[in-house]
Ligand binder design. Structure first.
Ligand SMILES: C[S@@+](CC[C@H](N)C(=O)[O-])C[C@H]1O[C@@H](n2cnc3c(N)ncnc32)[C@H](O)[C@@H]1O
Length: 121
């Protein structure tokens, strides 16, 4: 998952800058505070001793539980198929986080938001 504010495009720069600053990574604990999508912690996970991810939002917990906390390959195709075939419906996320809902925070595309069928306004 990617959205405005994600550090996906900065991840290579961050890795380079942090390596230059702290040197060897293998014995380091990396703290990804305000982890969001988890892309920063994921970038460092293969190289450091431990990654600690923190975020106030539950969506971030779910993402980071998988990307940071999971070490077993996940057979995700069936889950992905189910998610991709959900009926579209606007709800809380559409209202508050998309252009369609005129929310102040426009983290997600309208198409992504229309998948939020579990949250009713
Ligand atoms: C710009 S976003 C995510 C940035 C993240 N590094 C990424 O690349 O996806 C900022 C995150 O900060 C989190 N956040 C904001 N205030 C927070 C707080 N007081 N405690 C923990 N997380 C917070 C939000 O929930 C959001 O996921």
């Amino acid at each position: 998952m990617n959205y405005i504010g994600s550090k996906l495009k900065l991840s290579s720069f961050l890795e380079e800058a942090i390596r230059e600053t702290v040197g060897e990574l293998q014995d380091k604990v990396f703290c990804d505070i305000f982890a969001g999508t988890g892309i920063v912690g994921r970038t460092f996970k293969p190289y450091v001793k431990t990654v600690i991810a923190n975020d106030i939002e539950h969506y971030s917990y779910v993402l980071n539980r998988n990307y940071i906390g999971n070490y077993t390959p996940l057979d995700y195709k069936e889950y992905l198929n189910t998610l991709n075939n959900l009926a579209t419906k606007s709800g809380f996320i559409t209202k508050h986080y998309s252009l369609a809902g005129h929310g102040e925070r426009q983290y997600f595309s309208d198409e992504q938001c229309f998948k939020d069928r579990y949250y009713k306004i």
